[in-house]
Each structure stands twice: as C-alpha cells, then as structure tokens.
Design a protein around this ligand. Structure first.
Ligand SMILES: Cc1cc2nc3c(=O)[nH]c(=O)nc-3n(C[C@H](O)[C@H](O)[C@H](O)COP(=O)(O)OP(=O)(O)OC[C@H]3O[C@@H](n4cnc5c(N)ncnc54)[C@H](O)[C@@H]3O)c2cc1C
Length: 423
C-alpha cells in the first residue's frame, strides 16, 4: 500500500495552494478526478478567444499574495481595470449596485424606491430575503434584488442565511444611498479588478510552479476514506495517510468517509455558462451587465472584449439552474437558442455572426448557505479534524469565497499542520 504524509484531494486553487505551501521536501500526493488541473479556475483558448469558466476576475485583499503570484507568471501581462458594471432595467443601463443608483430609474420608480426605503420595516431579519426587505424596503427588493438573486441562486431566498453572500453583497446605508444621488460613488469590494491576459488559469500555473508535477495524479478519484485506519481508496489504489486535506465538495467527502448527514442541508445551484465569440464588436465599455428580468434567460452577461480591448465581441453568459436539472445536450441546445434570442432582444447582438462557442456547467456553483448548513459544516469539520481529515476550499468549506480566500485558507491550514508560525 502507498503511504504519504499529506494526501490532498483536488488540484484546484485550494489543493494546489496546499501542495505549494507544503513545499517539495514534504511527502504529499494530490489526487485529481479530472484529467487537468485547475478545478473551476480553468481557461479555454478557442478561435482566438480566451474564456474562463464564467467570469473570473480578481480583487486581492492581500497585495503581497497578488504580487507573489503575478511574480511567478512568466511573460504574462496582468490587466488592471476600473470596473464598469451595469444593470439592464426598463430598456436602459443603470449603474450597479441598484440600491445606490435608484435616482437613475424612471421618476415614478425612483420615488417608489425612495419611499419604501425610508419606510422599511424595522424587524430583525432571519433570512436573506427578510434582510433585503429590512435593509432596502419593498420596491428596491422586488424590482432588482429578489428577482436577480432568485435567478442566480435558483432557490427560495427565504431559506438562505441572512449573511449568505458575506462580504460579496453590496451593502449600502440610507445616508450613503442619498449622498450618492449627487456624487457618483459605486465603490464596492471590487471597484477595480485584475485579469491576466492568459486567463484565470495563469493563477493555477503560478501555484503549479511550486508543486512537484509528478506528485499530482490526474484522473484519480477519491472514493472512500477509512477514518479509523487512515486509509483512502481511489479508483486506482489504496493510500495510507497521516493528514488528508480535501477540497472536494463537503457532501462528497462526508459520503466517502461514511459520515451520515442530511442531504437536504447541502443544497446548491448549477451555473450554466455559454462563452460566445462573434465576428465583430458589440456594445463598448461595459464589463458585465446584470439582468433581473424573469423572462430573460440569463442573469448576467460579461464582455471579455471590453476587458481586453479586442475588436470582436466575446461574451460569457450565465444562467442559474436548480441542482436537480439535467443539462443534457438537448437542454443545452434549447438554452443556446434562448440566449441568442435574448441577446438580440437586449440589443447586444444586432446582425452579428456567432463564430465560436463553448459550453460548461458548473455543478455545484453557488452553495446555499443556510443556518443549518453553517451549523452542520462546522460540527462535521470538527469531527473529521479529530481523525486528521481537513476539508477546505469553496466547496470543501461549503461557502462563498474567492480564489484569494482559497489560498489564505490553504496556507493557514498547512502552517498549522507543520507547526510553522503564521506570516
Ligand atoms: C460562477 C462563479 C464565478 C466565480 N468568479 C470568481 C471570480 O471572479 N474571482 C474569484 O476569485 N473567484 C471566483 N469564483 C470562485 C472560484 O472559482 C473558487 O473560489 C475556486 O475556483 C475554488 O477552488 P477550489 O480548489 O476550492 O475548488 P474547485 O475549483 O472546485 O477544485 C476542486 C477540485 O477537486 C476535484 N475533485 C472533486 N471531487 C474529487 C474526488 N472525489 N477525488 C479527486 N478529486 C476531486 C475537482 O475535480 C476539482 O478539480 C467563482 C465561482 C463561481 C462558481
């Protein structure tokens, strides 16, 4: 039987950040079920277009991590872009976030939003849905925040935790909203973003430069974990480990380890992505646009060409779907037809010729963070930890986070396991 000190499950940003931090002198093995590294941080190059798995743009809170990663990228220009994000509303473009730009709405709708904002309920919210009403009032919630987030999450927002989006939700207080009527201020956690010309995969390559490639086993899936014996079974072999660090979805790990759980606690959506390349330029300026309309198939469309400054329209189009939907070839064909029809309706496609397309389904994409999921993940992570099994990453921690958060979490865990003082 193979033996290894650290068995790492998944070669996405989290798993690779663990291997990179461990360094080549420690004994590790990375298992990756897919045939390529990168997880959701992969990039597709096709017919002269560069596309990711949906839009992946970066806003690092730790400049030293960003500098370290870009320093490891060879011959890679990293673009720094001042974000231009809009909402398609009543046939026009309104600045994002909606709640800070209600003065850009038609006059009667502006008054309605302002009235409801002022007279919003003072009740303490117990769900994400109640939080929207309590913070922003009925009109802002029902015109944008609720329909948009329902399209994205493909679930009842009343089931989600108050803080289901954490720091990624653009909060705004009443005085900030009113101050913004005369002063343009759409500051947010990602007011500027960076993006490597070679796509999101460049961050994966940057981490891989510190990883021993021969210890990354592609096409090898973790199937079972014997927590007592500390032995993992894969589709190829059994491996005895000292520590197991998994970035697989938490419910997948629980099942593999034989830990009983309620599957209803682990609900999530899928995001279906169409990357589309056209023969010529479309609307200029916008980087991405949000769509709250229930009769428009997508919830967001992003323009790679306006980020790269290139001369052919290059889009990512995102559709939220329930986890139970089976997005087979037939469904994908129908969704492409709906996407192209709606891109024409909103005026992005006007006689353009589609010259390249790529389809991917991110499943899971956004986990549904609920009171129960927060409690259950914390309890079961603690239980596994006692057996030397650690679950990390966006899906391993069943959370909403960025690739930077993945790196920070992975490094902190390694430092703790090897007894290294924190940076
Ligand atoms: C729609 C969307 C947009 C996003 N946009 C951004 C953005 O703009 N900026 C940003 O910073 N972040 C963004 N993110 C988040 C980012 O994609 C994730 O934080 C990051 O990719 C997660 O990395 P990970 O390694 O934790 O998980 P993953 O990328 O999911 O990697 C896990 C790996 O584990 C493997 N695996 C699973 N099960 C097994 C098994 N049993 N055995 C072996 N291997 C297994 C999988 O194949 C996968 O490669 C976005 C996410 C989504 C869904």
């Amino acid at each position: 039987m193979d033996r290894v000190e650290y068995l790492i499950v998944g070669a996405g940003m989290s798993g690779l950040a663990v291997a990179d931090r461990l360094g080549r002198d420690r004994s590790y093995l990375v298992l990756e079920a897919d045939t390529e590294v990168g997880g959701y941080c992969k990039t597709i190059r096709q017919d002269g277009f560069v596309w990711d798995y949906s839009g992946h743009f970066f806003h690092f809170r730790h400049p030293e991590i960003e500098a370290e990663l870009t320093g490891r990228m060879r011959e890679q220009r990293v673009l720094k872009v001042v974000k231009d994000s809009r909402i398609y509303y009543a046939g026009k473009m309104v600045d994002f976030p909606f709640q800070k730009n209600i003065h850009q709405l038609p006059h009667d709708e502006f008054l309605e939003c302002l009235h409801d904002l002022y007279f919003r309920s003072a009740d303490v919210p117990t769900s994400f849905l109640e939080m929207l009403y309590a913070k922003f009032g009925r009109a802002i919630s029902e015109k944008f925040l609720i329909p948009y987030n329902e399209k994205l999450y493909a679930t009842d927002l009343g089931t989600l935790d108050v803080d289901a989006m954490g720091r990624f939700f653009p909060h705004a207080e009443l005085d900030e909203i009113i101050a913004g009527f005369l002063k343009r201020d759409n500051s947010s956690y990602n007011a500027t973003f960076t993006y490597p010309e070679g796509g999101a995969i460049q961050y994966v390559h940057a981490l891989m430069s510190g990883v021993d490639e021969s210890r990354v086993s592609l096409g090898e899936r973790l199937l079972e974990v014997d927590l007592q014996a500390k032995v993992a079974r894969t589709n190829r072999r059994s491996v005895r480990f000292e520590h197991l660090v998994s970035s697989a979805p938490f419910d997948v790990l629980l099942r593999a380890a034989g830990v009983a759980f309620d599957p209803a606690v682990y609900s999530y959506n899928q995001v279906e992505v169409w990357n589309l390349g056209f023969d010529r330029k479309g609307p200029e300026g916008h980087h991405w646009v949000y769509f709250p309309q229930r009769d428009i198939a997508f919830y967001r469309v992003g323009f790679y060409d306006n980020i790269f400054g290139s001369d052919r329209m290059s889009l990512y189009v995102e559709l939220g779907r329930k986890a139970t939907e089976n997005v087979d070839a037939h469904v994908a064909e129908q969704s492409l037809a709906a996407v192209l029809r709606d891109l024409e309706r909103v005026g992005f496609v006007a006689g353009h010729k589609l010259v390249s397309k790529h389809h991917v389904v991110m499943n899971p994409a956004y986990v549904h963070i609920t009171v129960d999921s927060l409690r259950d993940v914390a309890e079961k992570k603690a239980l596994l930890r006692e057996r030397g099994v650690h679950s990390i990453g966006r899906y391993g921690s069943w959370t909403y986070c960025s690739i930077e958060d993945n790196i920070v979490e992975a490094r902190a865990l390694v430092d703790e396991l090897v007894g290294r003082p924190r940076d």
